[in-house]
Design a protein around this ligand. Structure first.
Ligand code: FES
Length: 421
C-alpha cells in the first residue's frame, strides 16, 4: 500500500533495517523525503561555498547555492569575505546574476536598488522623493548567511545560527584534510573556475558513491586511503623538492601516511567530496586536489560543482600539466566521470515504479549494505584518527552515513526555517 506521509514509524523501520544491513529502496528518491531533507539536513549542516583564493581583491565576488538559497560571496574593502542571500530586499529577484567578477556595488536589474560590498543598501532610485525621508535604508540591507566559517581556505556556510562550529563538525576529518591543505607553505589555490553540470541522480547516491568505500571518521564523514602494495608513486608523485616542506608542515604520522598513499578520496556530510589522485599528464605523473559538491535540485537531480586546487608552492609547469590532466579526467568531458553517471540515472529510473515505492516493503524492496558486515574487523593499528578498516570493500561507512542521515531526519526539535528567522 502506498502511504502519502512520512511518519516517525517509517524512520524507525529504516533504522531497524539498517541495523540488519539493508535499507529501503524507496527512500532514495521519494519527493516527501526530499522536502524534509531540505529542512532537516541542508538547513542545519555545513555546506561548502567557495575557496578563499577565488576572492583575491576587494570587490571580487562569486555566486553560489545552498540547495535553493542563492548566495553572493564578496570580499569587502577590509579583506573580509561576506556572504549574503543573493536576493534583492525590494521584491526578491536574484540581485547578482553573474557567476563571478569584481564590483564595488551591486545594482538590482529590476528597480535599480544598489548595495555595497558589505551588503548595505546605498542607493534607492528616487528614494527620498518616492519613499519619503523616513525610509530607514539599513532595514533593507542584504540578509547575511547566518554562519560562514573557513577551514584552511575552504569556506562553508550554515543556515542554522545555532549550528556547532565548523571545526567541531569536521571532527577527525581535519587530520586528513590537513595532509592535503596544510602540507605546503601557502596552502592550496584554485585554478580556473568551477565546472558544473546536471546529472540525473539523487544526492545521497552520489555522496555515498564518492565517500563510502573504505573507512570512516565521525558524523557520516568518510575517507578512502588507497596505497600501492609495491610502494609505487610515493608522496603521491608530488615534486621531490616539495617533500622537505611537507615534513616541516605536517606531524610525523601525517607524513608517514602521505609518503605511502596514492589516492585520498572522501567526503564531509552531506554533500562535499574531495579527491587527491595521481594521474599521468604529459610525460609525468601528477597530483592535485579536486573538491566538489552534489547540490540537490530535486529528488532526482543533482547539480555537480567541481573545483581544481593545487599547492601554491608547486612549480608553475607542474601545476599547469596537472590542471590539463584534471580536465581530461574529471568534469563533464572527463574520461572517468561518465560511467558512474549512467548508473546513477538508472537508479532514479528504477525507483519510480509501484514495487519500489511500496513503503510497507511487501516486495522486499531493500538495498544491500551487507558488504563486510560482521566479518571485517577494525584496523586498530591504523595511524590516523577515526575508525579504520583494512579493506576498501566494506559497507560500514555507508551504514554510518545513513545512520547520521536518520538521526537528523528524526530530529523534530531542530528549528524550522520559520524558527530561524
Ligand atoms: S526587486 Fe530589486 S530593486 Fe526592485
Amino acid at each position: 500500500m502506498l502511504r502519502r506521509t512520512i511518519d516517525r514509524s517509517l524512520f524507525e523501520q529504516m533504522l531497524e533495517k539498517l541495523e540488519q544491513g539493508v535499507y529501503p529502496q524507496w527512500v532514495m528518491t521519494d519527493p516527501e523525503i526530499f522536502e524534509l531533507e531540505k529542512e532537516r539536513i541542508f538547513g542545519h549542516t555545513w555546506l561548502y561555498l567557495a575557496h578563499e583564493t577565488e576572492l583575491k581583491k576587494p570587490g571580487d565576488f562569486v555566486t553560489r547555492w545552498m540547495v535553493h538559497d542563492p548566495v553572493l560571496l564578496v570580499k569587502n574593502r577590509d579583506g573580509e569575505i561576506k556572504a549574503f542571500l543573493n536576493s534583492c530586499t525590494h521584491r526578491g529577484t536574484i540581485l547578482c546574476a553573474a557567476d563571478r567578477g569584481n564590483s564595488r556595488a551591486f545594482t538590482c536589474p529590476y528597480h535599480g536598488w544598489t548595495f555595497n560590498m558589505d551588503g548595505e543598501l546605498i542607493d534607492v532610485v528616487a528614494g527620498d522623493r518616492l519613499y519619503g525621508d523616513k525610509m530607514k535604508r539599513h532595514e533593507w540591507n542584504l540578509r547575511p548567511i547566518p554562519r560562514v566559517e573557513s577551514y584552511h581556505g575552504l569556506i562553508f556556510g550554515n543556515l542554522d545560527p545555532n549550528a556547532m562550529p565548523l571545526t567541531e563538525y569536521l571532527g577527525d576529518m581535519k587530520w586528513y584534510l590537513d595532509i592535503l591543505l596544510k602540507r605546503s607553505d601557502g596552502g592550496v589555490e584554485v585554478r580556473g573556475t568551477p565546472q558544473r553540470w546536471l546529472v540525473k541522480a539523487n544526492w545521497k547516491n552520489t555522496f555515498e558513491n564518492f565517500t563510502a568505500d573504505t573507512y570512516h571518521v565521525q558524523r557520516g564523514h568518510g575517507l578512502s586511503v588507497v596505497q600501492a602494495r609495491d610502494g609505487s608513486f610515493p608522496w603521491q608523485a608530488t615534486p621531490p623538492e616539495a617533500r622537505p616542506m611537507f615534513e616541516r608542515n605536517l606531524a610525523p604520522d601525517q607524513v608517514e601516511l602521505l609518503k605511502r598513499t596514492i589516492v585520498f578520496v572522501g567526503g564531509v556530510f552531506p554533500n562535499f567530496c574531495f579527491l587527491s589522485p595521481v594521474h599521468r599528464a604529459g610525460e609525468h605523473m601528477h597530483n592535485y586536489l579536486t573538491v566538489r559538491i552534489w547540490r540537490p535540485v530535486g529528488p532526482e537531480q543533482v547539480e555537480v560543482w567541481s573545483w581544481f586546487l593545487i599547492d601554491k608552492a608547486f612549480p608553475e609547469d607542474y601545476k599547469e600539466e596537472a590542471y590539463q590532466g584534471y580536465l581530461a579526467t574529471f568534469g563533464p568531458s572527463g574520461t572517468l566521470e561518465q560511467d558512474d553517471t549512467e548508473v546513477w540515472a538508472r537508479v532514479v529510473e528504477a525507483n519510480r515504479g509501484l514495487m519500489v515505492q511500496d513503503k510497507d516493503l511487501s516486495y522486499n524492496n531493500v538495498s544491500n549494505y551487507l558488504l563486510g558486515y560482521g566479518h571485517i574487523e577494525r584496523d586498530e593499528s591504523f595511524i590516523g584518527p577515526g575508525i579504520a578498516f583494512p579493506c576498501t570493500y566494506n559497507d560500514h561507512l555507508a551504514r554510518s552515513i545513513h545512520r547520521y542521515w536518520l538521526e537528523l531526519m528524526m530530529d523534530e526539535t531542530a528549528p524550522s526555517g520559520e524558527g530561524r528567522r
